[in-house]
Write a protein that binds this ligand. Structure first.
Ligand code: NZQ
Ligand code: ZN
Length: 387
């Protein structure tokens, strides 16, 4: 196997209850005008907006605001932010919110100095960003996507129903990210669970692939075990600071590149979910949850040893009388039971998928590879089973 890689993560992480204080040392490093990007009203309700504004004032910044960034941020919202960034010649894009806000901010930072329709160029055509970019940073309010420490940005064009993920170069990784688990306490329980399953899915997408990298795989199994334990604690008591802290940090590490080093990776569940999201606007993690057990039962025979390891090392299934296939299936059953126990196993119908959407979602979903290159007919079967 080819075990070569380059690993570089330029994001400085400030983690903990007082992490926001670090704006005092970070903000002066950038020019006078900051584009502050946020969602609908959660940061105004929980006081974070006022707290960030205080630090802006103290640092003498001129603040331009892009508000109303929606879940599954749209290309039109991105274009609106790009216009603002150009008009006010901003020096820093500061995201204050969840993954959608961070993704939109990275998109703006990539596009402000580009020409033409940036969604077509950078997302649809996946053009390399050769223009100058703006620095981007984040104050995170929802754990799950890992966007706070990676270069990804997922944008949806609603008119054409295209939800597309884009990986930028290292210039678009947040320069710094502020992670205070207390900010996640005001999340509705549904969003907390969506984020938890998103993290779980990121781990599984990297784990279930045919390159065995013992270091990455054992790290991943450890993270999965921790995630399961802390998810149970947070679901039982959402104000458990320790559990919420562990979940927040696990989400960051799950998708900052570390878990995938040397691995071929799968990402088909994400490729399918992105189109479910484009058609229904569902919460990303819930879309992943709805199809994961069905998808894994569909492909497990193609990657049997790793599914056996998942069952044994993550779920402690140690019955020697079982065949490998039985052990692998017991692991997927354990995953499903855990999801049901935590209230994160919706049907696709509950997320708004209707029968007439299925073939279109299946045909437009991106299939990356992994153990099995599933056809669109197979994707449609998986979707129907998950209804
Ligand atoms: O708009 P507001 O009022 O802020 O409400 C948001 C939103 O309704 C709310 N929320 C966030 N923090 C809160 C809060 N409500 C109360 N208290 C808080 N502290 O939660 C809702 C969901 O937020 P959103 O940012 O949409 O969720 P998430 O973090 O799951 O981001 C989802 C987006 O990220 C993409 C997804 O596809 C989706 O578009 N992803 C990005 C990735 C990346 N960049 O690496 C990877 C992921 O796999 C994913 O695809
Ligand atoms: Zn995800």
């Amino acid at each position: 196997m080819n075990f070569d890689f380059t690993y570089y993560t330029p994001t400085k992480i400030y983690f903990g209850r007082n992490a926001l204080l670090n704006l005092r040392t970070e903000l002066p490093k950038y020019g006078p005008t900051v584009l502050m990007v946020y969602g609908r009203n959660s940061i105004k309700k929980n006081g974070l907006y006022d707290a960030v504004m205080e630090y802006m004032k103290e640092a003498g910044k001129t603040v331009v605001e892009l508000s109303g960034v929606m879940s599954n941020p749209t290309a039109d919202k991105l274009r609106e932010g790009v216009e603002l960034a150009r008009k006010h010649k901003v020096d820093l894009v500061l995201a204050v919110g969840g993954g959608s806000v961070v993704d939109c901010s990275k998109g703006i930072a990539a596009s402000a100095k580009a020409e033409g329709d940036v969604f077509t160029r950078f997302w649809v055509n996946q053009e390399e960003v050769t223009n100058d970019t703006l620095p981007v940073a984040a104050v995170l309010t929802m754990a799950g996507t890992g966007s706070e420490m990676n270069t990804g940005s997922v944008i949806t064009e609603t008119a054409t129903k295209q939800k597309i993920g884009r990986l930028f170069d290292e210039r678009l990784a947040p320069r710094f990210s502020i992670l205070n688990p207390e900010y996640t306490m005001t999340l509705p329980e549904y969003q907390m669970k969506s984020g938890i399953f998103d993290t779980f899915s990121h781990l599984m997408e990297q784990y279930f692939s045919d390159t065995e990298v013992t270091t990455s795989d054992y790290l991943n199994e450890g993270l999965m075990r921790g995630l399961i334990a802390n998810a149970r604690k947070a679901v039982a008591n959402p104000t458990d600071y320790e559990a919420r802290s562990n979940l927040m940090w696990a989400a960051t590490v799950a998708l900052n590149g570390l878990m995938g080093l040397g691995k071929s990776q799968d990402w088909n569940v994400h490729g399918i979910e992105h189109q479910i999201g484009a058609y229904t606007d569902c919460a990303h993690g819930m879309g992943l949850a709805a199809i994961s057990p069905t998808y894994y039962r569909h492909i497990y025979k193609n990657g049997l040893p790793r599914f056996v390891a998942f069952a044994r090392n993550v779920w402690d299934i140690c019955d020697d009388s079982l065949s490998d296939e039985e052990v692998a299936l017991a692991g997927i059953d354990a995953l499903e039971n855990f999801m049901r126990e935590c209230g994160m196993y919706p049907t696709l119908a509950e997320l708004g998928v209707t029968e007439d959407m299925i073939d279109d979602i299946a045909k437009t979903a991106t299939i990356y590879g992994g153990y099995k290159k599933v056809s669109s007919a197979e994707v449609a079967d998986i979707l129907r089973e998950a209804m």
